[in-house]
Design a protein around this ligand. Structure first.
Ligand code: NIG
Ligand code: FE
Length: 382
């Protein structure tokens, strides 16, 4: 069993509440796991040594919300938005048509490329949703492809009602034959609960059917306006309510008392030129906050967690520490994972090394490719 000592770490962000940051630190990994964390001088011997030379090390980012299985792009829609058109989510149908028309090989290769793009930017755990197929075959295919890259697969048959279908018939399909076909490939069930997508009753029916089939719930909630999504997520004790852009006091109270994580997706507000979620309001109320990319061709075509951290700091008034915590441990909480997002004895050796002395540089030097090394389960991958 080979052990590796990461020596002379300038600043180690562990994410462990017991000791969240250690200056002049060291860390030892073995067999894909962290076995020791502490001060550089006190480190035990190891078979190999990596000289971190004063740089910052942190857990691999946990991107808990991404839609990576799709074909086509929506460049024209983005450009139109930047000249004043609003985002309506209607463009989902464009991606559905392109995705249905693509071969399995094309979809898998494109997903693989996005996962590699994420890895190069420090993401070592990613959740991947279906939702651009909207037929039994196409949703199952998306999840089978997603499952090649992650265990965190989410059934989002309830993304929108496909063109030409009746909403009632489609909800019956999503909660019946489509669920039966998809459940073996999915860990989570999700629903886009929003005006123009699925209403409160439909969302409850879809989540309940998913739970009945053994999936755990999460919800696209309150993205485009106020609505029942956040409260339904809390009612179902969902792991996460995602977006949370439009919140009432009752929504914030429900999140604080249910323990449901609020996953904020600032790439979506950036790309749709919308007001950002009120992270401070959530943090001050004691809500656990995660940050994720929402990587998708319509509302947020970024694969970069460092970019989202920078947005969270600059645009959502999170401190750099809060933003990094949300991008690591927060994402892990949103996926109910305790083995990732934190570096302490026993967790997975998923590490990011920055070419910078502190994680603060992620926001202080936005757009600069600071990720200079990535280890996944102890293996160097970047
Ligand atoms: O999370 N809100 C719904 N789904 C995606 C956007 C999908 C799209 O525009 O293609 C989101 O933002
Ligand atoms: Fe999304």
């Amino acid at each position: 069993m080979t052990s590796v000592l990461f020596d002379r770490i300038g600043l180690l962000y562990t994410g462990d509440p017991a000791r969240e940051e250690i200056a002049d630190a060291a860390l030892v990994i073995s067999e894909g796991h962290v076995v020791w964390v502490g001060e550089a001088g006190a480190a035990p011997e190891a078979d190999e040594r990596v000289d971190v030379d004063g740089r910052c090390v942190l857990p691999g980012f946990v991107d808990s919300h991404a839609h990576l299985v799709f074909a086509g792009d929506r460049t024209a829609e983005f450009a139109a938005r930047m000249s004043g058109e609003p985002y309506t989510a209607g463009g989902i149908h464009t991606t559905v048509a392109a995705t249905r028309a693509a071969s399995d090989e094309t979809l898998a290769a494109r997903t693989e490329a996005l996962v590699a793009e994420m890895l190069a930017q420090g993401t070592t755990t990613v959740e991947i949703k279906s939702g651009y197929g909207l037929t039994v075959q196409d949703e199952r295919r998306a999840l089978a492809i997603a499952g090649r890259f992650t265990g965190e697969t989410t059934y989002l048959g309830a993304h929108v009602v496909p063109r030409g279908a009746s909403a009632d018939d489609y909800v019956r399909l999503v909660t019946g034959p489509m669920l039966d076909a998809c459940a073996p490939y999915a860990r989570w069930v999700d629903v886009f609960c929003e005006r123009g997508a699925f209403d409160a009753d439909q969302a409850r029916e879809i989540l309940a059917a998913g739970v009945e089939a053994g999936l755990a719930p999460r919800v696209h909630a309150n993205q485009l306006g106020h609505g029942p999504g956040v409260r339904i997520a809390c009612e179902f004790a969902a792991a996460s309510a995602d977006h949370c852009t439009h919140l009432t006091d009752d929504d914030v109270d429900a999140l604080a008392s249910s323990g449901t994580v609020a996953t904020l997706l600032p790439g979506a507000e950036f790309s749709t030129r919308s007001p950002y979620p009120e992270a401070r309001r959530l943090l001050d109320a004691g809500v656990t906050v995660a940050i994720a990319t929402d990587c998708n061709p319509g509302s947020s075509y970024t694969s970069s967690m460092p970019f989202c951290v920078a947005l969270a700091v600059r645009e959502m008034r999170m401190t750099p520490l809060e933003a990094v915590r949300a991008a690591t441990r927060g994402g892990a909480r949103a996926l109910r994972r305790t083995d990732v997002g934190v570096l302490k004895r026993g967790t997975r050796a998923d590490l990011v090394m920055l070419d910078a002395p502190s994680y603060v540089h992620l926001a202080y030097r936005p757009g600069v490719p600071l990720v200079s090394g990535v280890w996944q389960e102890g293996r160097r991958v970047v």
